[in-house]
Design a binder for this molecule. Structure first.
Ligand SMILES: Nc1ncnc2c1ncn2[C@@H]1O[C@H](COP(=O)(O)OP(=O)(O)OP(=O)(O)O)[C@@H](O)[C@H]1O
Length: 686
């Protein structure tokens, strides 16, 4: 079980470069090679305690924080903090024929699947196939399977496809039920086949009702909340049509004894546990990439459908697809990208229904589990009562925000989340408030923090690191395109989704309205990741994000940040003065060259443009459009059963009773006004 520790933001005085105290969160291996702490690293904020105010002279944010006392009027906060003009009102919507329609509900009905083939050969084990057939959850299907098995038993001749140790994937699906009743287990039904349906980073899992793997009856209906943002063009969508995608992935849980060892090795990328073997710290990743077959191979991905959906301009209920068959494609074995081998088809109806605007409240949600603690409140797994969608609900207590002078950062988080549209940033679905609290409703991302995966495995392979850095690079690029600096990139703020894609979260340190060369001064971030110019308090630009990207890549590849030291002041000194050194095992020329160019101490010499970084030889094999369309199969798939699965969260949290604690804070009207622009109901109006 992974252990999650509470993370708290704390005042800058604790970790200023001028501080002589050794308050490193890391463990104390002072005389030996430094060893990173297993605890999440804390974020420094600009709380402006006395001794740090020296470091933050002249910064507009600092002023904002300092003035954000309970009685400060609304205007002062806006004026000092550069709070953006939140979202622009859509009062002109009716005049613009291209204005997207209202938010709504997307309903997908799944009827039948046909001609499904397996992408691997299976063992020709008549005993197991027979056992599966007689345990089919439907008698008629069981009979049919037994009949099919007779043809298998009767097949003769050396060249007959049904003779031999292995059955070709093209026909194997005729001998497998899609759902079985487990004998002696009180009629427990277990489906072999299942389908994940993803829209806007929310994923639902459905199972068939009956059938063979080749042909199944599903008759299932699922719904997704559609916000205006998910209707807009994302850079992960098709720019011409302004679409977002509905992603369908068809999986099969194959009994291990049916999977030949040779297929476990050559088609490893198609199994959900591919590459997920933990690695001990400091050990080379060679074994994870070697040909050896993992013991627990997981489920097999049969095929994928990526369906662009243009949900713009529909102000009336509409049926976008009516009982249509869509074909599954498969992932290419070598390149691990999507190719159009047809793996069978599935019949769907897709409907979109705009909904009338309504403010949400906590009573619109059932609280399922506590999954984390943030600086100002809990994060809970919740289900939205009307659509049955699972979300992460982040609660923030207004009183705490105000007393810790974090109003501006909190508003910035909400603003950035509502504006940004990148497939690797956790999507904000809604936000609302009560007199005492602020609430953010986010897509529930349950593959665990990258921090914990890195802790567990010590370091990542070159390919895996490249994949994460590439996805993060596009996330930072889209933030910069919105004139936002992220400022707190680190493994603790990166979640993995159920497939293993990146979802950047925690936007509490974003700085808005920062165009290309604009400088800011606020001393904030996380010690290990602070850029030299930030430490020197000379003002910094968005270039600090590229420094942190370099730091992150270095940490992924080696297990430690580049200038790490147990003692924080020494670490700051190293960041400022020490040359960049590589451990002997990090001998990849392109990786070294990119790190050298990102970890330039003088920002003027640093790579400073997303496109320039993208065209570095380190990324030469990456097709950026494909990457943004999530068409690469992630090199690591977290263990996630379904959307309800919270096993990647700390049990200390998940065992807690989920409740929205009652607080009786009183906030003055002027303080309440500061939170005026918070509410976001999936529409653009704030
Ligand atoms: N969308 C999400 N899906 C799943 N888990 C999430 C999500 N958002 C946050 N969490 C969990 O809740 C924890 C706290 O969330 P978050 O980091 O956003 O809070 P915070 O107050 O900003 O934290 P910090 O004090 O580090 O700044 C995260 O570490 C993560 O484990």
């Amino acid at each position: 079980m992974l252990k999650f520790k509470n993370k708290f933001k704390f005042g800058l005085s604790e970790k200023s470069p001028n501080s002589s105290s050794n308050s490193s969160p890391a463990s104390s291996h002072k005389d030996t090679t430094p060893e990173k702490s297993p605890e999440p690293r804390k974020t420094l904020t600009s709380d402006l305690s006395d001794n740090i105010s020296k470091l933050t002279l002249g910064d507009s944010e600092a002023g904002a924080s300092a003035t954000a006392s309970p009685d400060v009027p609304h205007g002062q906060i806006h004026g000092t903090e550069n709070v953006p003009t939140m979202e622009t009102s859509n009062s002109n919507d009716s005049a613009n024929p291209h204005t997207p329609s209202s938010p709504g509900l997307l309903t997908v009905k799944i009827y039948t699947s046909n001609n499904i083939q397996l992408p691997i050969k299976i063992n020709n084990s008549k005993q197991i196939l027979h056992a599966l057939a007689i345990n089919s959850n439907n008698e008629t299907i069981g009979q049919q399977l037994l009949k099919n098995l007779e043809t298998l038993n009767n097949a003769e001749g050396d060249n007959h496809p049904l003779v031999g140790d292995l059955l070709p994937g093209t026909i194997a699906s005729n001998f497998l039920p899609s759902i079985i009743t487990i004998p002696n287990a009180e009629n427990l039904v277990k489906s072999l086949l299942y389908l994940t349906i993803e829209f806007d980073n929310n994923v639902l899992v459905i199972e068939p009702q009956k059938g063979t793997v080749n042909r199944s009856t599903w008759n299932q209906v699922v719904s997704f909340d559609v916000t205006k943002k998910s209707q807009e063009t994302t850079n992960g969508g098709d720019n011409e049509t302004g679409s977002s995608f509905l992603n369908l992935n068809l999986f099969i849980r194959l009994p291990n004894m049916l999977i030949p060892d040779s297929e476990k090795v050559t088609k490893k990328h198609l199994f959900t546990n591919s590459g997920s073997q933990p690695q001990s710290p400091g050990k080379s990743n060679a074994s994870a990439n070697s040909g050896s077959a993992p013991a627990n191979i997981g489920d097999l991905l049969i095929g994928t459908i990526k369906l662009p959906l243009n949900l713009k301009y529909h102000s009336q209920p509409i049926r976008l697809m009516n009982h249509e068959y869509l074909k599954f494609s498969n992932y290419n074995a070598n390149l691990q990208d999507l190719i159009s081998t047809e793996m069978g088809e599935i019949m769907l109806t897709i409907e979109f229904k705009p909904i009338t605007k309504k403010h949400l409240a906590i009573t619109d949600f059932d609280l399922l589990k506590v999954i984390g603690k943030g600086s100002f409140g809990k994060v809970m797994q919740v289900v939205k009562k009307d659509t049955k969608q699972i979300y992460a609900l982040k609660t923030l207590r207004k009183q705490h925000i105000v007393s810790r002078m974090e109003v501006t950062h909190t508003l910035a988080e909400r603003t950035v989340l509502a504006r940004i549209n990148n497939p690797f940033i956790v999507p904000l679905k809604f936000s609302f408030q009560s007199p005492e609290k602020l609430y953010l409703v986010l897509s529930f991302i349950n593959g665990g923090e990258l921090f914990w995966h890195l802790q567990r495995e010590g370091k990542f392979s070159m390919d895996r690191s490249r994949f994460y850095i590439a996805e993060l690079l596009t996330a930072l690029e889209s933030l910069h395109d919105l004139n936002v600096i992220y400022r707190d990139l680190k493994p603790e703020n990166i979640l993995l989704d159920y497939q293993g894609h990146i979802a950047l979260c925690d936007f509490g340190l974003c700085k808005l309205n920062m165009s290309n060369d604009d400088k800011t001064n606020t001393f904030c971030g996380t010690p290990e990741y602070l850029a030299p110019e930030l430490l020197l308090n000379q003002g910094y630009t968005r270039s600090v994000d590229w420094w942190t990207l370099g730091t992150l890549l270095y940490e992924m590849l080696t297990g430690l940040p580049p200038f790490y030291d147990d003692d924080v002041p020494t670490m700051y000194k190293k960041i400022l003065q020490d040359p960049l050194r590589f451990p002997s095992f990090l001998d990849h020329t392109d990786a070294q060259d990119l790190l050298i160019k990102l970890l330039q101490k003088d920002p003027a010499n640093r790579l400073d443009d997303a496109n320039e970084i993208k065209s570095h030889p380190f990324f030469k094999d990456i097709d950026w459009v494909k990457l943004l369309n999530k068409s690469y199969l992630p090199p690591f798939k977290p263990n996630v059963e379904n959307l309800l699965d919270t096993s990647n969260f700390d049990q200390d949290f998940t065992s807690e009773k989920p409740q929205d604690s009652v607080v009786d804070d009183f906030l003055t009207e002027s303080v309440q006004k500061q939170f005026g622009g918070w509410t976001y109901n999936g529409d653009n109006v704030l």
